[in-house]
Design a binder for this molecule. Structure first.
Ligand SMILES: [Mg+2]
Length: 339
């Protein structure tokens, strides 16, 4: 793509056909396509359809003269940057009457035309045009590549999300994800309701995790989440107990056959375990290491009830723990009442 380039176009405008012929002959040694126009209006209409590198413009023409053509070009954003060589027989003092055009884009050539001078001037403008075109092409190619990369990245992220949805494990920490947590909690909840036994839940949240991320960066933030997940996983011993990533910097621990008191013991131990891990956190207001706040709730579920209220209650206790200073455990004062 883009290997084959269109030939550079040069527009020559002169009211006398013999002058156009002469000009075409002069320009022959250059590898350019020469367009010709016999009047100002013809030139302007050609400029609508063609991207030209240069206009060689006769000043003295009947009807619309060269300066008027240039004036119209200047006002049109499509042609305002096209360089012009005015060809004129008027004296040097009368030149430079055309103003307001892009600096460096205007030149003058006296009649009778000196072939050598004309060719060297045209060459300069064509070189500039080609350099500009090359830059533009490179910019466009870069932009295309960038948008391709962005598209690939977007697809990858979508794929990862789908994979994670299919999986029961959290991609970052390797512990059960939210989806798996919901399944397990429902299962344990129903079992407890059937058996008339306790079930408790600890909700844990890393203190000042946002400022951790903001100050240490997201990669360090991810490392922190992994470490905390590993500590929590290590701190759970009984086979039915489950620690899951609830979302963001929040973790949840399902404790079947555990009353509020037992769950509080587990919660306190996990809080201590995280603190003892000594993950530096210079931007926390409660400690110089990473800590967690813990909310605990539990009940013996009545038959036919749903576990969502247990999550709400544990979350409410977590909020209390945060509000009362963080790095602490707050347990619900009484079993959750349902129905
Ligand atoms: Mg003329």
């Amino acid at each position: 793509m883009g290997a084959r380039r269109e030939r550079v176009k040069v527009l020559v405008v002169d009211d006398r056909p013999e002058n156009l012929l002469v000009m075409e002959n002069i320009l022959k040694p250059l590898d350019v396509e020469v367009l010709t126009a016999g009047s100002g209006p013809d030139a302007l209409s050609l400029l609508v359809d063609h991207d030209v590198a240069l206009v060689i413009l006769d000043v003295q023409m009947p009807g619309m003269d060269g300066f008027e053509v240039a004036e119209v070009m200047r006002k049109n954003p499509l042609t305002a940057h096209v360089p012009i060589i005015f060809v004129t027989a008027i004296s040097k003092e009368e030149q430079y009457v055309f103003r307001g055009y892009e600096v460096g884009a205007v030149d003058y050539l006296a009649k009778p035309i000196d072939t050598h001078v004309l060719l060297s001037k045209v060459r300069v403008f064509i070189q500039l045009y080609e350099q500009k075109r090359e830059l533009k092409e490179k910019t466009e190619e870069l932009e295309r590549k960038i948008s391709e990369l962005e598209e690939t990245k977007r697809k990858l992220e979508e794929l990862n999300r789908k994979l994670e949805d299919l999986s029961s494990l959290d991609g970052l920490t390797g512990i059960p994800n939210r989806r798996r947590f919901d399944e397990l909690l429902e299962m344990e909840w129903k079992r407890s309701a059937r058996n008339g036994t306790w079930i408790s839940l600890c909700m844990l949240d890393i203190d000042h995790f946002k400022s951790f991320n903001d100050n240490y960066g997201h990669l360090e933030g991810d490392e922190c989440l992994k470490k905390v997940a590993a500590v929590l996983k290590r701190g759970i011993w009984r086979p039915a107990d489950v620690v899951a990533r609830f979302g963001g910097e929040e973790f949840a621990v399902i404790l079947p056959e555990t009353d509020l008191e037992g769950a509080s013991v587990v919660g306190r131990r996990l809080r201590e375990d995280v603190e003892r891990e000594k993950i530096p956190h210079r931007y926390s207001s409660v400690s110089d290491v990473v800590t967690v706040s813990v909310g605990v709730a539990g009940c013996i579920p009545p038959p036919g009830s749903l576990p969502s209220r247990l999550i709400e209650e544990a979350d409410r206790m977590l909020y209390e723990a945060k509000k009362s200073g963080r790095n602490r455990v707050v347990a619900s004062p009484s079993p959750l009442r349902l129905g």
